[in-house]
Design a protein around this ligand. Sequence first.
Ligand code: SAM
Length: 213
Amino acid sequence: MKFHFLTIFPEMINAYIGEAMLKRAKDKKLADFSVINIRDYSKDKWQKTDDRPYGGGPGMVMTPEPILRAFSKLKTKQKVKVIQLSPSGKMFTNAIAKKMAKQYSDVVFICGRYEGVDDRVRKILKADEYSIGDYVLTGGELPALVMSDAIVRQIKGVLGDQTSLEEARVASPRVYTRPETLVWKGKNYKVPKVLKEGHHQKIEDWRAKQKLI
Ligand code: SAM
């Protein structure tokens, strides 16, 4: 599966995909990444990629041509999903991540900035809009990385055997490791008893109860 990022801040993307799980997925040839600087496709002598909005209002809008030109140079296979990041898009979930990992050979992220991207890009590229949460961020780079991280985890073979097993079991946000009793500023903080008793079903039930969602 290949992830393509169209952005005016390629280094933000490179910093994240060059470490940890995404890097390991790439090293194992289970995922691949291409980061495209939209500015390279601007014909403006200052490599401008934004302009004032029609209808007025504050902020700038990303111009369509550099993005469309960059897109037309992508090397993709057949099952391509084009995603435009947007705070008013469909809410991204783990279920969607699982589906995408199964369905697509390529995912293209168009990372908006400023007031967003000229809407004709969405129309021409038949992009689906996704939001990662009910808040407004400064750009689409973090949402694109959040989505790709969640999708890559779902590609078979990316997580080691042990971690895959962890995924299949009840995952809980309440996790503990050594020491068994943490002494901090004169107080003792103990690991819940149930986790030390070795009773698998009781542990699963306890974890299920701790789930926040
Ligand atoms: N006025 C714009 C709107 O309502 O869509 C907000 C633009 S926001 C400042 C700039 C860019 O950040 C957006 O084009 C989008 O790519 C990205 N973005 C911001 N919040 C997001 C979120 N919650 N989910 C996904 N993308 C987001």
